[in-house]
Design a protein around this ligand. Structure first.
Ligand SMILES: *Cc1c(COP(=O)(O)O)cnc(C)c1O
Length: 509
């Protein structure tokens, strides 16, 4: 009699897991790929090996490992594994985070309910979040609603959901003693009870995911209003802000872009500015949400002349009500990780409580840790905290500071090269001192080719080199190109010459 599938699966396991571990280890220790993209040939060959029919008899573990690593692996881009991939804002994965991510699969914890006598998983998550607060110079006790998400988009959804709950409660406070809650009554009824006929999200240069979040939450993409200054669209026009906040019948969320994805510019640049925004928002019962997906990391820079301009842009962000951060960008943990911080503990359950499920009741920890399922989107979910915890433990504040300093040094090196080159132009156009322009470069460098024809093909030509990768975008109606430097492996001495060479070759062609 043939062994049952489950027996044969088990019997094969120990030896094959060893093989798999060896295969993964060799992938992790193989040299940094020099090609950031697979060639068209490799892509089509790999595509041809994809199975189209579900097999009655499975191919078995050994064949499958070979299929994944040898047939398919070469057809995946090296975005996180290459030091010269500068597309989007793509973080790599530190060795500690990569190892821990494999362990997450091995331990396969479901981080939904806080059961401190049964598993330390939620305790480790909470500790990872408090360490993260320390990294970013936030006092964890001021951010009692904190959780891991799938990324900055999900964190923005949480931020707007909490903001929506808060501003409607604020608006209703002077009409009724009853608690008006969107979570409880739904948005239409809650707005009616609160006497609100308009919810608006006031922002400057928002990330596209803010509109997506507004749509998902029933606020609508059209409620996102940009009120930037004419001379500096990334900064708030404070008169406009006040006018909008003061509109009768309106309730507002103010969304601060703490580093905009196209230019790297920040919406605020001093503690005083944050204080003024806070004062206005308090006056009108508005909520402040900060989208700091990658910008928030700037808070860990040392106080020194060369970083002051950037550091000032993150001063006072602790005055916000909620903050979005990404894990899979500058924190350099694998994909599927973001974080969310809010100062309003009681609001968390009003929005996210998973009610009336006796079987999901929490154990009594008495430690103040809330069950993740009552303070975020998912019920069951992956143990996302472990790679963050591992990486923070392994490298500490100095390790992360060093990564960021290398990333900034490379970005400024690229910016300087582009500014001095006859063929390219740094964006936004440098007005005034070059040194000043360079000192406000964070990890994003926006530029274009001066030659119109070359500019139209620039991104495609850079990608075709397959040695470095950049994203295309547009600036003032014309094509533009951007570097986002976000990998932990950055080495200025090694990487800058490669970048210069690729750009020079393209001009010479
Ligand atoms: C990348 C980014 C997002 C979206 O992040 P995901 O991790 O892709 O969900 C949101 N806001 C800003 C400012 C970003 O840079």
């Amino acid at each position: 009699m043939a062994p049952s599938t489950s027996t044969s699966m088990l019997a094969q396991t120990p030896e094959l897991i060893n093989k798999l571990s060896t295969a993964i280890a060799s992938l992790h220790t193989s040299p940094t790929p020099t090609d950031v993209l697979p060639s068209q040939n490799v892509l089509s060959e790999a595509h041809a090996t994809l199975k189209s029919d579900l097999l009655e008899q499975g191919a078995g573990l050994e064949d499958t490992i070979r299929h994944l690593t040898q047939d398919l692996g070469p057809a995946l881009n090296a975005s996180s594994r290459s030091a010269t991939y500068y597309g989007f804002v793509t973080g790599g994965s530190t060795p500690a985070a990569s190892l821990a991510d494999n362990l997450v699969t091995h331990y396969d914890q479901n981080v939904q309910v806080h059961l401190p006598n049964e598993t330390l998983a939620t305790g480790i998550e909470d500790r990872a979040l408090t360490l993260l607060c320390s990294l970013l110079d936030f006092n964890p006790s001021q951010w009692p609603h904190r959780t891991f998400t799938t990324g900055a988009t999900a964190s923005n959804i949480l931020g707007l959901a909490c903001g929506r709950e808060y501003i409607i409660a604020e608006a209703s406070a002077h009409r009724t003693d009853a608690e008006v809650s969107v979570g409880e009554h739904g948005i239409v009824e809650a707005m009616r009870l609160a006497g609100i006929d308009n919810i608006q999200i006031l922002t400057t240069v928002p990330h596209s995911s803010l509109s997506k979040a507004a749509s998902i939450l029933g606020l609508g993409r059209s409620c996102v209003k940009t009120i930037g200054r004419a001379d500096a669209p990334h900064k708030f026009d404070m008169d406009q802000l006040q006018k909008h906040l003061a509109q009768p019948g309106a309730a507002s969320i103010v969304a601060i872009s703490a580093s905009e994805v196209n230019t790297g510019l920040f919406a605020t640049s001093s503690l005083q500015e944050m204080q003024s925004i806070r004062q206005l928002c308090d006056m009108y019962g508005a909520w402040i949400h900060v989208d700091g997906a990658f910008g928030i990391l700037a808070r860990l820079l040392p106080s020194s002349q060369q970083y002051q301009a950037i550091k000032d842009c993150t001063a006072g962000l602790e005055l916000a009500d909620s903050i979005t951060g990404d894990g899979h960008k500058l924190l350099n943990v694998p994909y599927d990780c973001g974080f969310f911080l809010s100062r309003h503990r009681a609001l968390a359950e009003r929005v996210f409580a998973n009610p009336n499920a006796a079987y999901l009741a929490a154990g009594s920890g008495g430690d103040g840790i809330m069950s993740p399922l009552n303070i975020g989107l998912e019920n069951s979910r992956r143990f996302r905290a472990l790679p963050v915890y591992a990486s923070l433990v392994a490298y500490g504040k100095a390790g992360y500071r060093d990564m960021l300093e290398r990333q900034i040094a490379l970005s400024r090196g690229i910016a300087k090269y582009i500014h001095e080159s006859e063929d390219f132009e740094l964006l936004p156009e440098v007005e005034g001192e070059v040194a000043e322009a360079l000192s406000s470069v964070y990890i994003i460098v926006l530029f274009r080719a001066k030659d119109e024809k070359l500019n139209g093909q620039l991104v495609a030509k850079i990608k075709a080199s397959r040695r470095i990768y950049v994203s295309g975008t547009s600036w003032e109606g014309r094509p533009a190109c951007r570097f986002a430097v976000s990998n932990w492996m950055v080495d200025v001495g090694r990487d800058l010459p490669v970048i210069k060479q690729v750009l020079q070759d393209i001009v010479r062609e």
